[in-house]
Design a protein around this ligand. Structure first.
Ligand code: ADP
Ligand code: ASP
Ligand code: MG
Length: 440
């Protein structure tokens, strides 16, 4: 029988009632055998996610030597969930043990991971399924990257003869044997790792929206749902800020061609979005599939006459950045100019001035200019390369909204066009592009 892996996000775990709804979803399909859960999320706007409570708890531990005060709201949250579920589960003992281990480990990653750990313990109890600790089956290498092969093997071993299991998302074991987390939102990756390990027929990612939408619903009211999207388009959109799905979650499933479906826990009857390999992608007929973006980038603009004929010019500039261990997002270039687009948080603590000095020394440019507070917006779609005039429509829409474009980068795959605008114009720019391509 085919097997589906289901990952439920934070809002799907927010309280006992919702978790009961999740139980119904799982039990309504016998193929939904393996479940990955996030830590409980917000119950209402203004509420605090359990993971955020835990990061604060770690700060408290560092300050005072004890996590007790910081752990109290986490304790209260799980006690109330267990009460709402009305299950026979000794949550107090599990919370006591957890608090003790947080105090002993004194590790930010360990503390942050406990939201998923506790939640998976509870959900396993609700489903009568086996709890499998991610610490024992998901492994990272010494450089911090996921050790896929080792993890897949350990997951398969742990699941042998197991009918139903629940895994905590977000963490695994580091090369030093201590608990290590993925980056924020990383339970999506854990779900993909389990899906790959069991060669699932489908990886279902259950969240609080009815699919991947053409843009962020917090910016445009009720954007159009994307019915089908390729791994490549998804990667571009999620990397550029559409955080419905962690941008690294496609890697484990991509190699095995396992499709992903985004589903809404609160409207399980909705079709959602299917994410498929390019070979199974059916063009929707739309020029643009989706729009996403992120704020707070810095552009370092470099000009030097005859730059293009100076062999090794770009390499020397990049060496300066590599020397400071700074990743670069984009490098748009012209004949005598190049720009480096870098996330502003990478340039904090006098790194920017060291980089500028380094560039001046390395390549003696005519001009170096820094433009800060830039937002990047990516317009993505396989349909863009085959439709004449897409860029003209895009730039016209932005100009008509009276927004000044600071930078343009068209990916060589012709899958996307990225524009840089002032942070303040971010929302207006996304709305303008959405209106142009989706007639709203
Ligand atoms: P979960 O806790 O289930 O992992 P997330 O909060 O990580 O959920 O992701 C779902 C949220 O992503 C939605 O509530 C929505 O606000 C936001 N979001 C941002 N961009 C998009 C988009 N293009 N389509 C759908 N949701 C989006
Ligand atoms: N709970 C973690 C976070 O808030 C991981 C996740 O939600 O996927 O980032
Ligand atoms: Mg998420």
């Amino acid at each position: 029988m085919a097997v589906k892996v289901c990952k439920f996000g934070g809002t799907s775990m927010a309280d006992g009632n919702i978790i009961n709804g999740v139980k119904n979803i799982i039990e309504s399909d016998a193929e939904r055998r393996y479940v990955v859960v996030s830590a409980p999320g917000k119950r209402y706007s203004g509420d605090v996610k359990v993971t955020d409570l835990l990061y604060a708890c770690h700060c408290e531990l560092v300050k005072s030597g004890s996590c007790a005060a910081g752990f109290a709201p986490v304790r209260a949250r799980f006690e109330s969930i267990v009460k709402e579920l009305n299950i026979d589960f000794d949550v107090k003992s599990v919370l006591d043990e957890t608090e003790k281990r947080i105090d002993e480990e004194k590790s930010e990653d360990f503390t942050a991971s406990r939201g998923e750990y506790l939640c998976a313990r509870v959900v396993a109890e609700v489903l009568g399924a086996k709890f499998i600790d991610a610490e024992k089956v998901i492994f990272f290498r010494a450089d911090g990257s996921l050790d896929g092969e080792k993890s897949y093997k350990a997951i398969r071993n742990a699941l042998s003869g197991v009918e139903r299991a629940v895994f905590p998302g977000f963490y695994g074991s580091g090369a030093d044997g201590r608990v290590k987390t993925f980056s924020r939102g990383g339970s999506d990756i854990s779900g993909a790792v389990v899906a790959r390990a069991v060669n699932a027929s489908l990886y279902e990612n259950w969240t609080d929206v009815s699919g991947f939408l053409a843009c962020d619903p917090r910016i445009v009211d009720s954007p159009r749902r994307i019915k089908i999207i390729s791994y490549k388009e998804l990667r571009e959109l999620s990397y550029m800020g559409a955080n419905v799905l962690h941008s690294e979650s496609i890697f484990p499933v991509r190699k095995a061609n396992i499709p992903i479906r985004i589903k809404n826990t609160f409207r399980p009857q909705d079709e959602g979005t299917e994410i498929v390999p390019s070979s199974r992608y059916i063009p929707s007929g739309c020029t643009v599939t989706g729009i996403a973006g992120k704020k707070n980038f810095t552009v370092i603009f470099i000009e030097k006459s005859l730059m293009n004929s100076e062999v090794g010019f770009i390499a020397k500039v990049l060496e300066v950045l590599a020397g400071e261990n700074i990743p670069i997002e984009h490098i748009p270039s012209g004949i005598d100019t190049m720009s480096l687009v870098i996330s502003s948080e990478q340039l904090e603590d006098s790194k920017l001035s060291r980089v500028l000095d380094g560039i001046k020394k390395a390549v003696e440019p005519d001009v170096v200019r820094v433009i800060e507070n830039i937002a990047l917006i990516a317009t993505v779609g396989h349909g863009m390369s085959s439709s004449v005039g897409t860029s003209a429509r895009l730039f016209n829409a932005i100009a008509s909204a009276d927004i000044n474009i600071k930078m343009i980068d068209q990916g060589s795959s012709e899958l996307n066009i990225i524009v840089g605008v002032n942070n303040d114009d971010y929302e207006k720019c996304i709305s303008a592009i959405y209106c142009e391509f989706f007639n709203k």
